[in-house]
Design a binder for this molecule. Structure first.
Ligand code: PLP
Length: 378
């Protein structure tokens, strides 16, 4: 059976990138690899919309989050964590692991933190060293207004750190214009790569904080050491260099389309997926949906785990469940990265068939027609 991977990471990887991964091993301390790394980081700057240095890390996305906090916030420092789901909670957990004081601004799952809430938190805690936020909260499908957060935070000495692990490359993210100090991402989402690479861009303001910090409190993720190596287009330790080599291919594919065109296409996919879900009688879960993934709430009498099991077993469609308290209640259809409109049609067609089998009142073709109507307008 043909398999379709529509989970919010890992995501499908283009064939030409996979072939690149199959090429023979090379040595990494060479001019050839340095040129490759420089090219990948220059291409990433276009995707991050930044002129800042981007540091490559050999880890999953969480490594970039950890590096951002451990390097920029001194021991005992205060951070404001904006928490709208599992990944906002991760900020709180990383802060705890490093002995930081975290002020947690938490909203219910499905809602977004409002700029006014951040403004108040900053006024209440002017000594906060950093605000930790999430562009696309993958666990609920909400998107935060990082542009508005940036305007608020830039008026203060506090740093704006953004987890853009599932958002970057799937939705608008203008690192420099939005005044993001540390922007973190991972390879396995919209960047069309397997897991294993993480990246963090660092603004001048963030470097000042990092340089002031007497101790990075991390060895492997010491960003000052990474910056020093990068002066020679190198990394302090053995990089996942075959991944860097393959990433060159995926990034060229993104840049051939143009990052703004990718954002616009993602918006169309999101509009189509949501129209499909709604035509099946499903509510859209997030109050402020982002365009990396679409999340639908199941009717009270239908367990999403059962829907997802049938989708996978019967149709080879792999979508994602909710996590923790959302397990069984929502389904997450990711359309970031190497996904096209026919994948979305297939996903909605599959959900439609499964819901009909489970006795949910749906007119055959209703979901598919709603998706097609959106694509027909494009
Ligand atoms: N942040 C967000 C928004 C994510 O979606 C993920 C991955 O699912 C992470 C952080 C963690 O990334 P990783 O699992 O690559 O460490």
């Amino acid at each position: 059976m043909k398999q379709r991977l529509l989970t919010p990471g890992p995501t499908p990887v283009p064939e030409e990138t996979l072939l690149e991964l199959a090429r023979p091993m090379i040595f990494h301390r060479t001019a050839e690899f340095r040129a490759m790394l420089a090219e990948v980081l220059a291409d990433l700057q276009k995707i991050f919309c930044t002129k800042n240095i981007i540091l490559p890390l050999t880890s999953s996305g969480t490594g970039a989050l950890e590096a951002a906090l451990a390097n920029s916030v001194p021991a005992g420092g205060k951070v404001i964590c904006l928490i709208a789901g599992k990944f906002g909670e991760r900020w709180k957990n990383i802060a705890a692991a490093f002995g930081l004081e975290s002020v947690n601004l938490t909203v219910p799952y499905g809602e977004a933190v409002q700029p006014a809430q951040l403004e108040k938190a900053l006024a209440d805690h002017p000594d906060a060293v950093a605000v930790c936020s999430t562009l696309s909260e993958t666990s609920t499908g909400i998107g935060h207004d990082i542009e508005a957060f940036g305007k608020i935070v830039a008026k203060t000495p506090t740093l704006l750190i953004v987890d853009a692990v599932s958002g970057l490359g799937a939705m608008e993210c203008r690192t420099d214009d939005w005044q993001i100090d540390l922007c973190c991402t991972g390879s396995q989402k919209a960047l069309m790569m397997p897991p294993g690479l993480a990246f963090v861009s660092v603004s001048d303001r963030a470097w000042q904080a990092i340089d002031r910090n007497p101790q990075a409190r991390t060895f492997y993720f010491d960003l000052k050491r990474a910056r020093k190596s990068l002066e020679a287009n190198d990394t302090p330790y053995t990089p996942a260099h075959t991944m860097i080599r393959a990433m060159r291919v995926s990034l060229k594919k993104i840049l051939a389309e143009g990052i703004e065109n990718v954002w616009a296409r993602q918006q169309r996919y999101a509009a189509a997926a949501r129209a499909g879900f709604q035509a099946l009688g499903l509510d859209i879960f997030p109050a402020r949906p982002n365009s990396a993934l679409s999340v639908a709430r199941m009717p009270a009498n239908i367990d999403s785990t059962a829907v997802l099991t049938r989708l996978e077993k019967q149709y080879g469609l792999k979508l994602a469940n909710g996590q923790d308290s959302l397990k069984g209640k929502i389904i997450r259809l990711a359309h970031m990265g190497y996904v096209d409109q026919f994948d979305i049609l297939a996903a909605i067609a599959g959900v439609e068939l499964v819901l009909i089998q489970m006795g949910h009142p749906v007119e055959p073709g209703a979901g598919v027609a709603a998706v097609q109507r959106v694509f027909a307008q494009a």
